[in-house]
Design a protein around this ligand. Structure first.
Ligand code: APR
Ligand code: PHB
Length: 390
């Protein structure tokens, strides 16, 4: 079997790449180890930058997103007994975010690929990358797929990054001493906008998925287990961390999903080796506080699509050669922003009273200075794709 681009992983990165390549007349096969039902149900993040929305709409997969996605023009930072709005509409006019679950993006992309006769293989076993330096091919479940190029879109725990020989990739990493407990609940959001709450008990985030479904996160110890978090404890803790301003009451409801997400910052450089190109979580991870993971994956895939189009249409390898360098500017900006949001809003065991005062001082600055608030807003809504860094 032969294809132009062998894609490992049917997350947002692999599926969008396959779809964008199809629009350019480039063939691909997507190999995914999980089932279609599993990837469509996997609850992940839900904040799409303007550039991500534009990419999906321009690619013809944005109809449901435009219908059901919730545009947001600000977020609230809540701390010290008060809420402070970061107003995107005022600080970065014309740019906003859209709340739409990542698994909904995945469903829309799978539907589009299948409607166009795309070759998506689910529940594929033992994918292996071979000779990425020269004539690459993939093997899986006893089959062989020859490719001109391999795209490693298989997330942080995939096989593509470990298939690069030792010593080639430089890894930059930071682990945080806490995790997020994520909860999906069948209850109307108690706030119109997202609330990022910093409290002495730890961080909490109130997000949503629709007018009837809310999404919440709680900072928990790194070794937390969902079994320690029965529904009553989740609601009590969310109330303790969110009901901190006069008049705000959290509406509770049925919890339909619960999971613990570790918090990590990670970058592997370069994002390529021979004819193997890494995109999305396979190459980099950010803590979710800045809501950047999915958006970075989309940005990588845009760059890779242009590079592959130049390669297949004109035989020009220059853009492919520069793929990693072109992506890493945005990746590092998002790394810094995500680390910064994380350190600004969480409690750290090693915090001394001086450290807490510094954190409050920075929050006061961000919520009172237009320049500082603009820094947050500009990064949160996402830098335009033609201006990957500032
Ligand atoms: N063989 C085949 N498929 C694999 C393998 C493997 N060995 N290992 C992992 N996969 C699949 C996973 O099952 C998953 O469906 O690769 C896919 C990777 O998808 P994601 O983890 O969603 O990563 P990515 O597409 O880069 O999406 C970016 O943004 O919001 C963040 O972390 C969040 O998933 C999100 C990411
Ligand atoms: C989400 O809605 O899942 C979400 C929102 C904002 C974040 C992270 C996750 O920073």
């Amino acid at each position: 079997m032969r294809t132009q681009v062998g894609i490992i992983g049917a997350g947002p990165a692999g599926l969008l790449l396959s779809h964008l390549l199809h629009l350019r007349g480039i063939s691909s096969v997507v190999l995914e180890k999980r089932s279609r039902a599993y990837v469509e149900r996997r609850v992940r993040a839900g904040v799409l930058e303007q550039g991500t929305v534009d990419t999906l709409v321009e690619a013809g997969v944005g109809a449901r997103l435009l219908r059901e996605g919730l545009p947001h023009h600000g977020i609230e930072l809540r701390y010290g007994g008060a809420g402070h709005r970061i107003a995107f509409d005022k600080l970065v006019p014309g740019r906003a975010i859209t709340v739409y679950g990542q698994q909904e993006v995945v469903k829309d992309l799978i539907a589009a690929r299948l409607a166009a006769g795309g070759d998506l293989r689910f529940e594929v076993e033992d994918v292996e990358v071979h000779s990425p330096e020269s004539e690459p091919y993939l093997t899986f479940g006893g089959e062989r797929l020859d490719c001109d190029v391999i795209a490693g879109c298989d997330g942080f725990h995939g096989v593509s990054r470990p298939s690069v020989p030792d010593g080639v990739l430089e890894v930059f990493e930071r682990e945080y001493p806490f995790a997020w407990l994520g909860v999906l609940a069948e209850v109307a959001p108690s706030s119109e906008e997202l609330i990022y709450a910093r409290t002495e008990r730890g961080f909490a985030l109130h997000s949503m998925r629709s007018p009837t479904v809310s999404r919440f996160y709680l900072q928990v110890p790194a070794d937390a287990d969902v079994a320690q978090w029965p529904d009553e404890r989740v609601w009590a803790e969310l109330k303790a961390r969110l009901e901190t301003v006069p008049g705000f009451e959290l509406t509770t409801g049925e919890i339909i999903e619960k999971g613990v997400t570790p918090m990590r910052s990670f970058v592997a450089e370069p994002m390529q080796y021979g004819r193997l190109y890494l995109a999305g979580d396979a190459a980099h991870i950010v803590p979710p506080t800045g809501a950047k993971g999915l958006n970075l994956a989309v940005a990588d895939v845009r760059v890779l699509t242009e590079a592959l189009a130049a390669f297949f249409e004109h035989g020009s390898p220059e853009l492919l050669d520069g793929y990693s360098a072109a992506c890493l500017k945005r990746v590092w900006r998002a790394q810094h922003f995500s680390w910064w949001m994380t350190t600004l809003l969480h409690t750290f065991d090693e915090d001394d009273p001086y450290g807490r005062r510094l954190q409050t001082s920075y929050l006061d600055y961000v919520t009172s200075s237009e320049a500082a608030a603009t820094t947050l807003a500009e990064n949160y809504v996402g830098l335009p794709f033609d201006r990957p860094h500032v």
